[in-house]
Design a protein around this ligand. Structure first.
Ligand code: DSN
Length: 443
């Protein structure tokens, strides 16, 4: 009998319940994916028992012969795959990695120029109320009405503000990022260019999104999104970065430990190495290409049902729907879609008048369902289900500033959605489709 099942049936059963959930729904949160069995095996290995503060050959503890080899292999693979001068594979995740980068390059009060949250940026790119907008000064950039990056405006803002670092990165932006233009702007004002490519690493490696390596000084990526690795992150310094500051690799390493973190998670490091090896295969590339094809196909179908897509479509793995023309709040739509087995997330949209927890948009993407093997034909079905679900919740809006009324309405809408016959019928159809597509890593 499985040891966990015997020893802790409560946790065992919860894991089994999550496996069932993941199998029976369409996971369409664009930052999620399914790691391979090999990656899961490495994460669950005895490497997690070890403490390895420091770096290969220079650890604070004894007994790191194997951990050294694991970390060196992960670094070598990343350097080769991305063509960068220096890699640190120890960051616990994306947010601490960005914190390390700022500490290594900025002084308190220096300016971080990043995309505003409602236009698809990230909390760690200078947003007020986070460390990045508190210790440092966040200069947030926004764009024209359609939500498309305006590089001329970006340049004007950079010239005016003279930030010390510019972050080229998005978490809810469905279009290609022109890293070459970002590079020119950063060079013009003498700023570092950080390309946080967490969402699009897989696409870049497969050649379906431009590569920032020639233009950025520093590249950060989480390892669990399109890369399909474990939850973790990597910081890379490019040749351009070393040229700007030859001490930069050392500064990054020093700000990881002792600056910010303790022992690296050696099990995660091993799993990152596994994911990096997988990323060299033809099947990895094929999946990334299909991920973009699927997103475009889904966009086409959704436009056909009069969904208002921010920027009018997509070039990458994600879509952002502005639901205001459908007369439904994003949080309600996300709940209704979840009830139908379509998992995405509410998201702010450009010029949103609703608070982030009750945002007017819905973000979804194709990495995880593509990893399962779904193609354009399935995207057509998904768009049609989404249309049917959203039809059922039309009119379910929430007030922007009356918290009490919002609470009452939320409860009322949720109850209605839970018993809605059409939505339950769609959930059944979704489950039937999902049964045909096995999930990697789940038996
Ligand atoms: N939580 C990630 C995302 O969903 O995009 C970013 O950190």
């Amino acid at each position: 009998m499985n040891t966990l099942q015997k020893q802790d049936p409560q946790i065992y059963n919860l894991i089994k319940a999550e496996e069932k959930r993941q199998k029976e729904v369409l996971e369409m949160i664009p930052s999620e994916n399914f790691a391979s069995s090999a990656v899961i095996e490495a994460v669950g290995s005895v490497l997690m028992n070890k403490y390895s503060e420091g770096y290969p050959g220079a650890r604070y503890y004894q007994g790191n012969q194997v951990a050294d080899q694991v970390e060196m292999l992960a670094i070598e693979r990343a350097k080769k795959l991305f063509g960068v001068a220096h890699v640190n594979v120890q960051p616990y995740s994306g947010s601490p990695a960005n914190a390390v980068i700022y500490m290594a390059t900025l002084k308190p009060g220096d300016k971080i120029m990043g995309l505003s949250l409602s236009y698809g940026g990230h909390l760690t790119h200078g947003f007020a109320g986070t460390f990045s907008g508190t210790i440092f000064k966040g200069i947030q950039y926004e764009f024209g009405k359609k939500g498309i990056l305006d590089y001329d405006e970006l340049e004007k803002l950079a010239v005016k503000e003279k930030p010390q670092i510019i972050v080229a990165s998005t978490t809810a932006y469905p279009r290609t990022i022109d890293f070459a233009k970002f590079g020119k702007i950063a060079d013009k004002v003498g700023a570092y260019l950080l390309a946080d490519i967490s969402h699009i690493t897989g696409l870049i490696l497969a050649g379906v999104h431009p590569n920032p390596v020639p233009y950025a000084h520093i590249i950060m990526t989480t390892t669990h999104k399109t890369l399909r690795g474990p939850r973790g992150a990597m910081i890379m310094v490019t040749n351009k970065g070393v040229k700007k500051d030859p001490e930069l690799p050392k500064k990054i390493d020093r700000w990881i430990i002792p600056g910010m973190q303790g022992g690296p998670h050696d099990n995660t490091t091993a799993a990152i190495a596994v994911a990096l090896k997988e990323a060299t295969t033809a099947s990895f590339k094929k999946t990334q290409v299909q991920t973009v094809k699927n997103a475009k196909a889904l966009a086409k179908e959704l436009l056909h049902f009069n969904f208002d897509l921010v920027t009018g479509g997509t070039d990458n793995h994600l879509l952002l729907i502005d639901l205001r023309n459908k007369k439904v709040n994003g949080r309600i739509a996300a709940f209704a879609l979840e009830t139908a087995g379509i998992i995405g997330n509410k998201n702010s949209v450009p010029n949103d008048t609703m608070p982030p927890l009750y945002a007017s948009g819905f973000r979804l993407g194709t990495p995880a369902i593509t990893t399962r093997g779904m193609k354009e034909k399935e995207m057509k079905k998904i768009a049609s289900w989404m249309n049917r679900v959203v039809d059922q919740v039309e009119g379910m809006l929430l007030p922007a500033d009356d918290k009490e009324k919002r609470k009452i309405l939320m409860k009322e809408y949720r109850e209605k959605i839970k018993i809605n016959k059409e939505i339950r019928k769609i959930a059944k159809e979704v489950k039937e489709l999902c049964a045909k597509y096995p999930v990697p890593g789940i038996k």
